[in-house]
Design a protein around this ligand. Structure first.
Ligand code: GBH
Length: 463
């Protein structure tokens, strides 16, 4: 058995839009996702998240589900338009009451609440009236919203996350157009991301000035990165893999931990990459108290010539051309139901990469998990592939910790099967199976397995 450090934190994650439902209940305003899902053709078989896992109306029981399997920390997100139905201005007290109660119930069960302020459900007003993330206006609007959340909840929160995966919101929402707000552009992702970085940093500044002292709280943001393994040890392929990581994780982590965008991005993107002023650099640098990583998969990376059309299944290959990196997979790699490669050593290598590049930060994995084709059979779901996936990735975490990586916690994505964005309900990531007709929850075998793992604080070694 591989034993984890005594204080290692075991948790699970969800996000508001993916589980809550109750899209217009108790004064909630619409978000970009409430509308995006109504456009025919955008979402798999026309699903939307008006009801989702109905978590808003089952929150008490869901907290009990976590307690049942011994979860120690719960990462959830706050729906901005539930708190501020118009994005700014008047506060919806019923929205405050919902999250306040959630936090209290978690604390009663000794589960540490880890709120994320923004997991992609931007209030629709800010999209309509202010052009969403393309307008620097968003920085102040975001800070105003964060101020409201801190004001009401900071007395009971120790760990805050500002915004989830700016890479995905910028690239898939403004580049590929497959996520809200559905734009396809070669320049807008870099502008949207720039504003997200500034918003994050300004929120952190506000937090440190006004709220940190209350609980000696810590704050960061979950950055997602898939690992890029050089296809060969030829220098051009190792350089290509590094470049791919610059464009994936360095895009955000370099400004925050080192003070500016990676050189490779500046050189290749030219004018398309906005520049930080000196004051902005100072505000962004150091705006994270720990490293929060969401990780799912790995590709090989190799150098390729100019103009190459990338094989990754997104439209608009232009971004791969920016990097001049060709991605590929090993035919022996197992794939999840998302088509994502299962390569546990990728997480191990990425943890070391972060450790080295960003000065050995304290790190939490705020998402890791998988979708498989889970079947309900006689009231049970025997998701042995998920157990093997988690065992593999968690074992690699153990190895990295043994070598000095300061990994402090791990959150499974996800507590519940939920609304998987453009894939609707067709992909199941949960430890709990959700019957979307009745909203009934059934613990999968992986939930029992994770419960034992937490209890023993150890994972069984892979053969
Ligand atoms: C997370 O993002 C989200 O935070 C969460 O809301 C979501 O439900 C969860 O993942 C599961 O999707 O096509 O092989 O190149 C995931 C970020 C970025 C991870 C793209 C996989 C592409 C794999 N993802 N990456 S591949």
């Amino acid at each position: 058995m591989l034993l984890f450090p005594k204080d290692f934190l075991w948790g699970c994650s969800t996000s508001a839009y993916q589980v809550e439902g109750a899209w217009d209940q108790d004064g909630k305003g619409p978000s970009v996702w409430d509308v995006f899902t109504q456009i025919p053709g955008k979402i798999n078989i026309g699903h939307d998240a008006r009801i989702a896992a109905d978590h808003y109306n089952r929150m008490e029981r869901d907290v009990q589900l976590m307690a049942d399997i011994g979860i120690r920390a719960y990462r959830f997100s706050i729906s901005w338009s539930r708190i501020l139905p118009q994005g700014q201005g008047k506060v919806n007290k019923m929205g405050i009451a919902f999250y306040s109660k959630l936090i209290d119930l978690l604390l009663e069960k000794d589960i540490t609440p880890w709120p994320t302020l923004f997991h992609w459900d931007l209030p629709l007003t800010l999209q309509f009236e202010k052009d969403g993330l393309l307008n620097p206006y968003i920085v102040d609007a975001f800070t105003e919203y964060a101020d409201v959340c801190f004001y009401y909840f900071a007395d009971r929160i120790k760990y805050w996350l500002t915004l989830n995966e700016p890479y995905v919101y910028a690239m898939l929402g403004y580049g590929f157009g497959c996520m809200a707000p559905g734009r396809k552009s070669m320049t807008e992702p870099y502008l949207a991301a720039h504003h997200l970085l500034l918003a994050h940093a300004k929120i952190v500044q506000l937090f440190r000035e006004k709220y940190k002292h209350i609980n000696n709280g810590k704050i960061s943001l979950p950055l997602n990165c898939d690992w890029r393994e050089p296809l060969t040890y030829k220098p051009e392929d190792t350089a290509a893999a590094q470049r791919a990581l610059d464009f994936f994780l360095g895009w955000f982590a370099d400004p925050i931990f080192l003070g500016d965008y990676p050189e490779s991005m500046k050189v290749r993107l030219g004018d398309r990459l906005p520049a930080f002023s000196t004051d902005e650099k100072d505000m962004v640098r150091g705006s994270a108290d720990f490293f929060a990583l969401n990780h799912y998969t790995t590709h090989y990376a190799e150098a390729c010539s100019e103009g190459f059309e990338n094989a990754v299944p997104w439209e608009n290959g232009g971004f791969a051309e920016d990097q001049h990196v060709k991605l590929s997979s090993d035919p022996t790699w197992e794939k999840t139901e998302m088509g994502w490669n299962v390569v546990p050593y990728g997480l191990y290598k990425l943890l070391h990469w972060i450790h080295k590049r960003y000065g050995q930060p304290e790190t939490y994995i705020t998402e890791n998990g998988c979708a498989f084709n889970d079947q309900l059979d006689n009231g049970c779901v025997n998701d042995h592939q998920r157990i093997e996936f988690l065992r593999g990735y968690i074992s690699e975490c153990h190895k990295a910790i043994g070598e000095g990586v300061k990994l402090k916690g791990y959150f499974v994505w996800s507590l519940l099967d939920n609304f998987e964005w453009m894939l609707g309900y067709s992909k199941r990531f949960g430890l709990y199976y959700v019957d979307f007709q009745t909203a009934k929850r059934i613990p999968k075998a992986s939930a029992h397995w994770y419960c034992n793992l937490i209890k023993s604080n150890s994972v069984q070694e892979l053969k």
